[in-house]
Design a protein around this ligand. Structure first.
Ligand SMILES: *Cc1c(COP(=O)(O)O)cnc(C)c1O
Length: 393
């Protein structure tokens, strides 16, 4: 791996600045005006015109029939899993290579994550490897497939669109149908990413988006549930609004619901940010194209490009380092760390992929498949600065 050539290439793509963040939000006049208007309206909390507008505009952008805005992406995924039928004692199939929120959302349902491997092309769930794994581990019961070792029902499959790159949804939908296990997309990173002409987050019954500060658009904190199913949408709206049934001055609630609805203040910010989303996607794709070209001739690494038939939002650009000489895992980790060290010392914020979820203390005992690709990705992958501003030349 040619470290000086990598640094030279990054310098050519990036502006000359003391410090270049991994991902920065951008706000302007539209955001200020929307927030002030929201304050002046007096409606800053979970009722207000901006929440309705944000949901409608998100539905129009993604093509989803129903959108329910909530307090964050983790809450969106929690409710999506619950409405897909995930219950206490179930297992939820998900990639080991993901942000911790994917596993936490399953935990909030009283379920356990069951980790499966990823593929190199999309960095997301490998449908063929999962099929093979299920053949070994799943056993049929009256209520559906169970894990033959733990006895737990296999209640959902949760693909995640890693760094914005759409996973192979056709293969996963086929797998979900073959095994009768519902698909719930964690689309937290893929607002603006399209798989075969269709926005991500629309393949399963229900899915989740995030608008955290580091995502492609932000509401400060926020998330959304997407679904094509009117009944599920109604349920989602109900249980995220403390399951309130009373009208006027009555406060009646028909189950233990959640206070998960997005406040109007956050939605106001979201409406302003949404107007910039198409430009952000274009700028991030332009930045990716420049990285790709600049890194083309750098020995010992490959720029991670969008999979065929997809249009990625390139939320976080990434390179995959070749396995280090000698091909021992620790040599590759040392090489990755040397690249991280050298770039960060120059003020170019890079970072490794997440620690694989089964290596975290609370998920160490969870069931899992062999994870050779996720392990290789974790020791070889590096994210590059990816703010949309960097793609503006
Ligand atoms: C950001 C993110 C979430 C949700 O995060 P919040 O901070 O709760 O909005 C979930 N899954 C993945 C993969 C994410 O990157």
């Amino acid at each position: 791996m040619d470290l000086p050539a990598l640094i030279e290439a990054l310098r050519r793509v990036l502006p000359e600045r003391e410090r270049i963040a991994l991902h920065e939000p951008e706000f302007g006049l539209a955001e200020r005006q929307a927030l002030l208007d929201c304050l002046d309206s007096g409606y800053v909390s979970s009722i207000g015109k901006y929440v309705d507008r944000f949901e409608q505009e998100l539905a129009a952008y993604t093509g989803a029939s129903h959108v329910v805005a909530v307090v964050n992406g983790t809450a969106a995924l929690h409710i999506a899993l619950k409405l897909a039928g995930v219950e206490q004692g179930d297992e939820v199939l998900m990639p080991a290579l993901s942000f911790v929120a994917t596993a936490n959302a399953a935990t909030y349902c009283g379920a356990r994550p069951h980790f499966v491997d990823s593929e190199f092309t999309s960095l997301g769930l490998d449908a063929a490897a999962m099929d093979e794994h299920l053949r070994h581990v799943a056993v049929a019961s009256k209520e559906g497939w169970r894990n033959r070792e733990t006895g737990a029902p296999l209640a959902a499959i949760v693909p995640m669109h890693t760094f914005g790159h759409p996973v192979d949804l056709d293969a996963l939908v086929a797998l979900s149908e073959r095994w009768h296990i519902p698909l719930v997309e964690d689309a937290a990173e893929s607002l603006g990413s399209v798989y075969k002409g269709r926005h991500t987050g629309r393949a399963g019954r229900i899915s989740a988006l995030s608008f955290n500060g580091n995502k492609i658009i932000t509401t400060g904190g926020g998330g959304a549930i997407l679904t094509e199913d009117a009944k599920l949408a109604e349920r989602a709206r109900h249980i995220t609004t403390t399951a309130r049934v009373g009208r006027g001055w009555t406060f009646q609630h028909d189950e233990a619901g959640y206070n998960y609805r997005m406040p109007n203040l956050n939605a106001a910010l979201g409406c302003a940010q949404l107007t910039r989303l198409p430009a952000f996607v274009e700028e991030k794709r332009a930045l990716a194209a420049r990285y790709r070209e600049a890194l083309h001739d750098v020995a010992g690494l490959k720029f991670v490009a969008e999979p065929a038939d997809t249009c990625s939002n390139y939320w976080l650009c990434a390179v995959l380092l070749d396995e280090a000489r000698g091909s021992t895992a620790s040599a590759s980790c040392e090489l990755r760390d040397a690249v991280l060290q050298a770039t960060n010392e120059l003020g170019i914020m890079t970072r490794p992929a997440w620690d694989l979820l089964h290596t975290l203390p609370m998920y160490a005992d969870c069931p899992r498949a062999a994870l050779p690709v996720a392990e290789a990705l974790a020791r070889r992958l590096i994210n590059l600065p990816s703010s949309p501003q960097l793609g503006r030349v």
